[in-house]
Design a protein around this ligand. Structure first.
Ligand code: HEC
Length: 108
């Protein structure tokens, strides 16, 4: 969509590339926001049952507050994929797991 827009601008000799770039920046900000909203939704669907909707821990499962003091983003991602101790892996996969790991780190 973006590429088509730029090409058609060139075609008609319109030099509004700066405007096009600005539009694209706004789109990527929005895309980032969407990912954050989705990550929270995925967390609530797949993790909150055990870890609580506020990361506070639940039913004897550990809280995920201050997790960044103990784990890197990659380690949290790996825990989601592979599980750890009594927690099985695979509640989320791939990009969803990655987004939720980032969301947890950022929310601490
Ligand atoms: C069925 C319950 C359950 C679900 C669902 C679950 N977990 Fe866990 N999680 C656990 C348990 C139990 C542990 C502690 C494992 C251990 O150390 O034996 C744990 C540990 C963790 C840890 C390490 C915490 C620490 O302080 O060592 C992270 C990070 C984590 N879970 C993230 C997640 C994420 C993200 C999700 C959703 C994708 C998720 N968990 C879903 C039960 C669950």
């Amino acid at each position: 969509m973006f590429v088509i827009f730029v090409q058609s601008n060139k075609h008609i000799g319109d030099n509004s590339n700066i405007e096009v770039l600005a539009d694209n920046d706004i789109d990527s900000d929005k895309a980032e926001e969407d990912v954050i909203v989705k990550a929270e939704k995925w967390y609530q669907q797949s993790c909150s049952l055990c870890h609580g909707s506020e990361l506070e821990g639940k039913l004897g499962n550990p809280a995920l507050i201050d997790i960044k003091d103990n784990y890197t983003l990659d380690k949290v991602y790996k825990i989601i994929i592979d599980g750890t101790g009594d927690m099985p892996g695979g509640f989320l996969q791939g990009a969803e797991a990655r987004s939720v790991a980032e969301w947890i780190i950022k929310n601490n």
